[in-house]
Design a binder for this molecule. Structure first.
Ligand code: GRF
Length: 214
């Protein structure tokens, strides 16, 4: 039996693409994408999934801007369960995950964030980092908890901010690193090689796993 992931995204889906490509290249042994969900009807992530022959579903998020309405949340949970998802992978999903969903998938929801957390949580983090003037930033994959980008950190990669960068070029560099980091983290999780002690995520073979994907 494979390790099934469900991907949820609101936007262009380049991280989803990177994960699908890594699977296609045989780098994520046993991992399969069983469903892609979006809260945005015409999101490109759904297009991409369709083209790849992966089940893709738009699910109405309800009337809130920053979270799913309660009945919508139930529907997301139902579809993920129906597709036997072992891990929920947030890839550019622009809403907070609330308690019902966290309880339905304990320590089984991960997110990718475009900064080195705990610096610059929230929106447009690459821009926040650029404007703050930090000289290095990067991306973070973390477990999702009830806070905003606060869950235990699984993996990070670093990006320098140089004098001739703009928020756009910083984001581009970060996305390149995201596309390496996210598949690598999913592989480690799918192989059960990780343990959470307090906030610390312990992974014996983490560095090796990452290098294998470079
Ligand atoms: C990424 O930069 C990710 O860090 C953030 O949203 C963006 C999604 O990009 N959470 P994409 O839709 O995967 O291209």
């Amino acid at each position: 039996m494979g390790f099934k992931i469900g991907v949820i995204g609101s936007g262009k889906g380049s991280n989803f693409q990177a994960i699908a490509d890594a699977i296609g290249k045989g780098r994520l042994d046993g991992v399969e994408i069983s469903v892609v969900l979006s809260d945005v009807k015409d999101a490109f992530i759904l297009e991409r999934a369709k083209k790849m022959g992966i089940k893709s579903v738009y699910l109405n998020p309800g009337n809130f801007k920053t979270k799913l309405a309660q009945d919508s949340e139930q529907e997301y949970i139902r579809v993920l369960k129906e597709n036997n998802v072992d891990l929920v992978v947030l890839a550019g999903f622009m809403r907070m995950i609330k308690k019902n969903m966290l309880d339905a998938f304990p320590h089984k929801i991960i997110n990718i964030h475009p900064s080195l957390l705990p610096s610059f949580p929230g929106l447009a983090s690459f821009k926040q980092a650029y404007e703050y003037g930090v000289k290095i930033t990067g991306c973070t994959v973390h477990f999702v908890d009830e806070g905003m980008d606060t869950g235990p950190i699984i993996g990070q990669r670093v990006v320098p901010i140089l004098s001739d960068d703009s928020p756009k070029t910083v984001h581009e560099k970060i996305q390149k690193e995201e596309h390496i980091l996210y598949p690598a983290c999913i592989r480690v999780i799918s192989q059960g090689k990780l343990e959470i002690i307090g906030r610390r995520v312990i992974m014996e073979v983490y560095d090796k796993e990452l290098n294998n994907l470079l």
